[in-house]
Design a protein around this ligand. Sequence first.
Ligand code: SF4
Length: 293
Amino acid sequence: MTARRAARARGISMEPEHEPLISPREALRELSKRLREGWGLEYVKRSAPHAPSTASASASSAPRRSEPAVAPRAPAPLPPAPDAPLPEREKALQGIAREIQSCRACRLCEKRKQAVPGEGPADARVAFVGEGPGYDEDRSGRPFVGAAGQLLTAIIERGMGLERSSVWIGNTVKCRPPGNRNPEPDEIQACEPFLRRQLDIVRPAVIVTLGRFATQLLTGRSEGILGLRGKVYQVPASWEVAGTPVVPTVHPSFLLRSPEYKPQCWEDIKLAMKTIGLESRRDGPPRGEGSPT
Ligand code: SF4
């Protein structure tokens, strides 16, 4: 007779001291279930952080093709004071551009032709922040120069009545994601310090975010762009330009594919102008080059 049967014969309950062992996968599934049902939280598995390459790494331990060729970034120099003379701020922006051009802090450096730091004056009142460089931008080193860029230029010049050269234009990631895929969260995170420093120097009166990735980064929200557009947000408190108004709108490349959203985009642009006291020159959205309408 086993100890359990003997105990039961004497009327003694013998509960196991421990829950039966379960596999790590089942444990993870159970943890996810309890988090979801008990706390309304979703368990998200985090990928392992990228190990920085070191000078002592041997050739045989070089990153495989699928791994990011990461390199530690040198400490950033102190930014100029907000009231520093314009040439000093321009020089600081140029210094960041040089850092970006040689940056290897995420896997997007591997396939780029060249990085695209962004462009515009260091005292621009309006900043546009998009997603990342595309084919034309990767070749030219300038932001928004392809068909979507022509549409953005039309919005700025014919719609807002501003010179494109008077606004600052940049992206969330500075190197082209291969095949124009979406940037990965770790790539956005790796590139974020550059955008922070650029905006800290420019200190625009309003930031127009183009598409989901820039909008989520600069508002701290997680909804899609169509749910976020149409309102004014503020840059989160953790940023150097915290509190700056952010007006989200759809990305120009989305407008090229879905021109029926042009009226909403135009409403957003007018909202951005109103936020800083600018008058719009038009009643309707501009018909830009590169626009199918
Ligand atoms: S995307 Fe940004 S972080 Fe990644 S390599 Fe290019 S500049 Fe560096």
